[in-house]
Design a binder for this molecule. Structure first.
Ligand code: ADP
Ligand code: MG
Length: 288
């Protein structure tokens, strides 16, 4: 039988935007010493808006950059994809069909469109493949940038901006008051990660991490004796969510993340993580 205090707390949690799928996860919440946050959709709103489109080739218009990028993004679940597709819609551009679509884990997407091989990828991908980052490529600190490559030629880039959730700073502060560290772990670029981290007063940040590195980082923290919670939204986050002591899926994210995690953050609000931990502490204190 489920102890009454636990049943009550579970019901309370539902009211507070938490879906507890796994009792052990709830029981473990009170032991958390470090929370590893995936930036997009938890600390930030997770709604990317295109703020700049740049063509780097004379014969390619900015609309063509959006048209080709949107073709690939039709097949992606990433919040970046949603932002680019919205821009296409705003410009009344209908995305063309793609062939041989492939998601390059943690780096972007590739496909063939109208016979051309197109990639939409991260700055990290350019570095890795020794593609020089174009001159004049400047973004402000909070922009995520993806580059468009057409038949191996760098053709342009799209900058997107997201917003920090108004509740995030308060949540991080409250966690710190309970001696719980907040760490940002993101596949996004270093500038964005640094800016978010400083704005929110996080304990540390790690940027440009690939999905398998997220898993390694969780293990590393656990080996140091930390009891680790991790939040994530993507298909790519599932392995890290599974290995964390408490896996927390963001409500707006992919089904696979939600299936793997013990807890689902229905409203994707970091404040609800604070509630989760405090509920956990209160519940099990009553039982002992
Ligand atoms: P995170 O969840 O921390 O943002 P991801 O692994 O999902 O990290 O993505 C890392 C980076 O890979 C993104 O910042 C972006 O540059 C690139 N990327 C991932 N998916 C896409 C996509 N659908 N379109 C364009 N770029 C993408
Ligand atoms: Mg992600």
């Amino acid at each position: 039988a489920v102890p009454l205090v636990v049943a009550k707390s579970t019901a309370l949690s539902a009211k507070n935007g938490l879906l507890i799928k796994n009792r052990t996860a709830f029981e473990n919440a009170r032991k958390i010493t470090t929370i590893v946050f995936d930036k997009t959709g938890t600390l930030t709103v997770g709604r990317f808006e295109v703020s700049k489109v740049v063509s780097l080739q004379k014969d390619i218009s900015e609309n063509e950059i959006i048209r080709l990028a949107s073709a690939l993004e039709q097949k992606s679940e990433h919040p970046i994809a949603t932002g680019i597709l919205q821009k296409a819609k705003d410009l009344s551009i209908s995305p063309p069909a793609t062939e041989s679509f492939n998601a390059i884990t943690g780096k972007g997407v590739e496909a063939t469109v109208e016979g051309k091989k197109i990639l939409v990828v991260s700055p990290g991908y350019l570095k890795e493949n020794n593609i020089p980052i174009p001159e004049g490529y400047t973004v402000n600190d909070i922009e995520t940038v993806v580059f468009i490559i057409i038949n191996k030629q760098l053709a342009g880039y799209i900058a997107l901006s997201d917003e920090i959730r108004p509740e995030s700073a308060e949540a991080v502060k409250t966690l710190q008051q309970h001696n719980i560290k907040s760490i940002l772990l993101t596949g996004d670029n270093n500038k964005v990660a640094k800016s978010v981290s400083e704005t929110l007063g996080l304990d540390s940040f790690i940027a440009e991490v690939l999905p398998h590195q997220k898993l390694e980082k969780i293990k590393e923290l656990q080996n140091k004796g930390e009891f680790v919670a991790m939040t994530g939204d993507g298909v790519n986050d599932a392995p890290a969510l599974a290995i964390a002591d408490v896996g927390i899926a963001v409500g707006s994210g992919s089904d696979i993340a939600a299936e793997t995690a013990g807890i689902v953050l229905v409203n994707s609000n970091p404040r609800d993580i604070v509630s989760l931990i405090l509920f956990g502490k209160a519940t099990y204190r009553k039982m002992i």
